[in-house]
Design a protein around this ligand. Structure first.
Ligand SMILES: Nc1ncnc2c1ncn2[C@@H]1O[C@H](COP(=O)(O)OP(=O)(O)O)[C@@H](O)[C@H]1O
Ligand SMILES: [Mg+2]
Length: 418
């Protein structure tokens, strides 16, 4: 059963109207009918009701069909219009269709079959048209929304670019400031260290025991301050992009042993067992030995600093793949070295692990903190390892142990900028 169709019949001739209505019903259409006999009534009725189909006599008193159709379409009414023409009015009918009518039927040729066919087609066409218009509208709305979102995204992107630029600028300024301050501080500090060393020379013999102890404290603190300044200066250089790796061929085992030897007094002073565990058949590498030493010193100093008396600190070294003298030819990428610095110290809580590589981040940041330091050692280490195309990871158990593991290629490219 078809839905009830709202049909409007506009005709001043009652006989013609009756004929049309009878034929519509005979065609089996389920309709609700509104009849109108003059132009003014048409406009009022159209304002009140939405029709599925409108039949118009092309010759109403005081208005021809063409004018009426133009006015209806001018009101943005899109319902299908079928014009009922008199005998021999075909030419007029063509003009009428151009003005926006769907079809025309000469009154003399109205039969239920023809009327049913034309009406059903007109309604289908109208529904399809309405759906297409709706879909088009939705498409246009989506498009407008996309354009709007695109504009917003572009604006956000510009904002982010601006903020990035400002951040970069601020970071450069910070690096310049740190670099300038460190240089300025180093000059007087070098004088303090130099003169303290001179005063302590046994040949001078100008200080009594108590004074010597005081000057030793000045010297120790001066050196500590100098180390801190150098770390800050180093970080500002790396952050400003001024640091470069200077690779050379060297023996990794030898470098590690030298570093361990250098740091040994610190371990002895804290009664810590410091040793190495090196598993390398070939310990020749091509890397920046000075920077690698720096990394090892940072990690070992930390390990000793954060381990209590009686604990253990050790360096373990291995190669991921067989050494370069192996018969198998290896992709250079695969030929990597693993250096791990283990300690049995205070450990690092899981939630702090992600922060410790950030500059100036220390777990204990209270004024009365137990362990001295600037908090830049790991940031420098991380940057250096990245420059070497390597990576550093940390695993720890609070109160038990910590391991910093470095993975670096055995051979780095000849020139590396950071
Ligand atoms: N081996 C370690 N054991 C426990 N905590 C560590 C260890 N190494 C680093 N940390 C933590 O990471 C922080 C950052 O280390 P670092 O950048 O070297 O700064 P600093 O040594 O100057 O404090 C340290 O303050 C400490 O809280
Ligand atoms: Mg440190």
């Amino acid at each position: 059963m078809e839905n009830t169709l709202e049909v409007l019949v506009v005709d001043d001739d009652e006989v013609d109207r009756m004929l049309l209505i009878r034929s519509l019903k005979a065609a089996g259409l389920n309709i609700h009918l509104t009849e109108v006999t003059n132009f003014d009534e048409v406009i009022v009725t159209l304002a009140e009701t939405k029709f599925d189909c409108i039949f118009i006599d092309d010759c109403l008193p005081g208005k021809d069909g063409l004018t009426l159709i133009k006015e209806i379409r001018g009101l943005n009414i899109t319902s299908p219009l079928i014009v009922l023409t008199g005998q021999g009015d075909e030419q007029i009918a063509v003009d009428i269709m151009k003005a926006g009518a769907y079809d025309y039927i000469p009154k003399s040729k109205i039969t239920p079959d023809r009327l049913g066919l034309v009406t059903r087609n007109a309604i289908k066409f109208y529904q399809a048209n309405t759906e297409a218009t709706l879909a088009n509208q939705r498409l246009q709305e989506s498009y407008d929304l996309l354009v709007k979102q695109n504009h917003q995204l572009e604006a956000q992107q510009r904002q982010i670019q601006l903020q990035n630029w400002q951040l970069k600028k601020a970071s450069q300024l910070k690096s310049q400031f740190l670099s300038m301050m460190s240089h300025e501080l180093k000059t007087p500090l070098n004088a303090i260290i130099g003169f303290s060393q001179m005063l302590l020379r046994p040949s001078k013999g100008i200080l009594n025991q108590q004074q010597s102890k005081m000057v030793e404290t000045i010297l120790r603190n001066g050196k500590q301050l100098l180390t801190m300044l150098n770390e800050i200066l180093d970080l500002s250089e790396i952050e400003a992009g001024n640091a470069k790796l200077k690779p050379d061929f060297f023996d990794l085992t030898q470098v590690i042993n030298n570093v361990v030897e250098e740091i040994y007094p610190q371990a002895i002073a804290k009664n810590i067992n410091l040793f190495t565990d090196i598993h390398l058949k070939n310990s020749k590498v091509f890397n920046d030995s000075r920077r690698l030493r720096q990394v090892l010193i940072h990690l070992l100093s930390n390990a000793i600093k954060f381990t209590d008396s009686g604990g253990k600190v050790w360096v373990e070294v291995s190669a991921i793949q067989p050494d370069i003298h192996s018969e198998i030819k290896l992709d250079r990428e695969m030929n990597k070295l693993i250096i791990s610095v283990h300690d049995t110290g205070i450990g690092i809580a899981l939630e702090d692990l992600e922060y410790i590589f950030e500059p100036f981040r220390q777990i204990d940041q209270t004024i009365t903190k137990k362990y001295p330091g600037t908090g830049v050692g790991l940031a420098i280490t991380d940057s250096i390892i990245k420059m070497m195309s390597g990576k550093i990871t940390v695993s720890s158990e609070i109160g038990q142990c910590t391991t910093f593991q470095i993975e670096i290629p055995r051979n780095i490219p000849l020139t590396v900028d950071c």
